[in-house]
Ligand binder design. Sequence first.
Ligand code: GLN
Length: 524
Amino acid sequence: MPLYIFVTGGVLSSLGKGVASASIASLLEEQGLKVNIQKLDPYLNVDPGTMSPYQHGEVYVTEDGAETDLDLGHYERFTDRYMTKKNNVTAGKVYYNVIHREREGGYLGATVQVIPHITDEIKRLIREVEEDCHVVIVEIGGTVGDIESLPFLEAVRQLSMELGKDKVLFVHTTYVPYVKTAGELKTKPTQHSVKELRAIGIQPDIILCRSEMEIPEGIKEKIALFTNVKKSAVISAPDVEFIYEVPLIFKKQGLDRLILEYFGFEYKEVKSKWENVVDILKWAKEEVKIALVGKYVSLKDSYKSVVEALIHGGIANGVRVKVLWINSEDYDEEILSEADGILVPGGFGERGIEGKLKALTYGRITQKPTFGICLGMQLMCVEFARKVIGLKDANSTEFDPFTPHPVIDIMEEQKNIKKLGGTMRLGSYPCKLLEGSKVREIYGTSLIHERHRHRYEFNNSYREIFQNMGMVFSGLSPDERLVEIIELRDHPWYIGCQFHPEFKSKPFKPHPLFVSFIKACKKN
Ligand code: GLN
């Protein structure tokens, strides 16, 4: 049975608990431990798949096709562990299971209640990820004091009693604001949020203090005193330029040693692999500018994995990546001309489509490296049909169901689907690469597996005419029915993929397409 670390949050949301949990996991991995990480989300959606990116940021897709919270992206990027459906539990999923079981007669005779039935189900789902690991880190979404998080906190409190306190560690993340007029960092919100946590029976062992700046020793002492933790367990988590600095900041303050010693493991002096990554990010002189043309650009979290994958491509090429955000609803050629490369990411719905098409025309004609992901690839096909082949009203049936040229169309299997939750083509699928194509060289292999999240596909009745006009279908499903990658024969780097390569990129395993894209932009 593994050991457990429960990570809670106080005072504010958006404290970066996900990055903190992922950083702890990575430090423990560096100590030779096997770690799994789970996110508990207090909302009632069964998963975030149907939520707008404006609500929730990106929906992260796992190998097994779960649509999950974007924090799972951090967990995968920071560690060696692959996330699965079991690594993200929402209140919606918990209630769904309990109500379903009630209808089946699973609780005959009982009144079904939050305690014990909901809390039991939460505990059961937490324990589903404990196989093959020494430590499980469970991040509890939301803020202590919210009505919604209460059942989750109660469940982990019970679990700590059942497992034994020496097998469980509570990490509480709080906010320590700097009040300019007073010229001081304030500890009161932290004191109150810990008080709130204690009221429900949880005493934190470690306090992570998010703040604009480093927390000085005196303030750490004060927090330690009021929250009843050791001073060495009050950890400063200041704002950073790059999230990959976080493990190093924790390590410098001995957070990894503290956790290891708490659980009775021996601590080893190791050089952290993050040092190299941060060095490159900080000292790289050359900068590559990528125009990211999307409709959700006002909330940068909507493109979290894409931006991280670009940064990874930058690390591999020893350059910094600067993203120039372009709202596809107001197409801006000036910014495009400044950029070294253009990226059109995934998306849903008609808004902003024309701006993306214009950006793709620009990239195609000016021969700038251009990368289309999912919807981006589909629009590359629409643009090509309209502007190169001359099929004027070509479109995807997602945007014009009656287009005379449906070059992108809904999949046969999707036509009768009425329920929208969890019903797209989701998760990892194989794709074979065409000998002699650019992507075959970029990947250096003939068979790849990539993650999908879409309903529409390239319409095969247009394959021949596209090919004759210079488009190469360089990635196909093994049965050759589905177009997975396209590229232009007469362009240095114009590649679109139906899948989302960004989900598989890590700082230590940068995705080949992003590495090659940034390399092409660098040359530009
Ligand atoms: N809206 C498109 C589809 O469903 C593309 C989805 C995406 O970009 N993830 O096929």
